[in-house]
Design a protein around this ligand. Sequence first.
Ligand code: G6Q
Length: 543
Amino acid sequence: MTTPSLTQRPTWQALARHRDSLQSEHLRQFFAADPNRGTSLALEAVGIYFDYSKNRVTSETISLLTALAEEVGLPARIAAMFRGDKINTTEGRSVLHVALRAPRDAKIVVDGENVVPAVHAVLDKMAAFSERIRSGQWLGFTGQPIRNIVNIGIGGSDLGPVMAYEALRHYSERGLNCRFVSNVDGTDIAEAVRDLDASETLFIIASKTFTTIETLTNAHSARSWLVAALGSEQAVSKHFVAVSTAAEEVSKFGIDTANMFEFWDWVGGRYSYDAAIGLSLMIAIGPNNFRDMLAGFHAMDEHFRTAPLPQNLPALHGLLTVWNTNFLEAESVAILPYDQYLKRFPAYLQQLTMESNGKSVTLEGNPVAVNTSPVYWGEPGTNGQHSFYQLIHQGTRRIVCDFLGFTHSLNPLGKHHDLLMANMFAQAEALAFGKTAEEVKAEGTADRLVPHRTFAGNRASNTILLDKLTPAALGKLVALYEHSVFTQGIIWNINSFDQWGVELGKVLAKRIAPELESAASPPLAHDSSTNALIERYRKQRGR
Ligand code: G6Q
């Protein structure tokens, strides 16, 4: 039986007709027509308040979107993911990041084996190791306790740990200095280690495959730096540990597999910081905080797995993204956390969303009939307000904003927090309601300036409000976006869990690198532009 094309589905067509009927309505009219809109189009789950009333939707839109989700089988697909079915069909793998935060007594079977005990065994091993580092029991080669942690990884093996470390810095052991190296640009590792004392430094080499050229190049440079500083190859075992699925590759590098923290091929790179890839984070914040974070993830997992679609926060968030992208032609989503600790959250979500749903063929390999993932970007508020918000307010493009904030600050200081949150609420309000020409005129604005000072409004945003940035809150927030991405992928009928575009990059650079390095002029068989760039580079490097 062939799956009907998305745009041929009756509910999709009903959504298109519904969109046409709403086209002329402004958010001002929606709010005027229903004084309760601000609370009726909002929902609260596991401590997250989600206000979606400032989207161009009505309750009928939500009914149609949830009907579409039912029609494409979202509930069954959710069950399939949690059950461990091999839903990553292009790689023949299960997708089980939810198992990483399942409680000890849960049972999730992959290839005939319950994976939950192995998850907890690794968490326990990480916890014991973290405690040894944090308490000063783990000694370096010269007998010094560790004070510096340098995580070397890239993509999914970097963005999660660094985002979460920054997000939970408040909870971190301040006597430890954590750094993250990802770029193959030598500047990254050089600057990361330049002021460190090697005798007090631990490198965590984080790589699922342990073959990623950037990570291995950085790891080799780190190793040379350490051996040069401490004067012995023997020092490596006390200063290097690995996080990987590839024990053989880890031993080839010279790290004892006893100092390797394992994870599994059913954990995607961008879904892996709650697995051993989060070791640097666990060392920084301690095992208890790490476990609280996992409990937050799990609470959102359970909500996503069990809540009916109209009350299902990640499902609704994902469906609204589909609505804004496919029916209202929004081009991008701005992630705007009003919390300085979440400064790397937009970068983290860029990978989660765009690597997952930046696809153009369906699971069956046919072209997708509609746009898939929007572009994600963002910066913390209020900083963004003084730069790119101009375009969101008065530009010609449609951008959906996710405003994220907390009722309580971790650093209560005078009026700061009220001012911060006043800005967040005010921006969402201004985007929705705008300012009419009449209102601008009434302020005494000269006629010629009226068009410049008018704000159309009617610009969609979500407001996501939590009480406080705790480890559990971060877990809930990340799981919310993970499951929103999943929901979008199910509607578009794409595989959200492969990344052939990333694999391509890994192959291409391997071909050109020897051509740049070789002493004799290599025969170049690229296009004329690439050939000329390689020749110019070689000439200027005197090769
Ligand atoms: C994530 C991607 C990608 C990956 C990096 C690093 O989902 O697959 O970003 O995480 O390419 O890969 P390794 O962990 O194997 O070094």
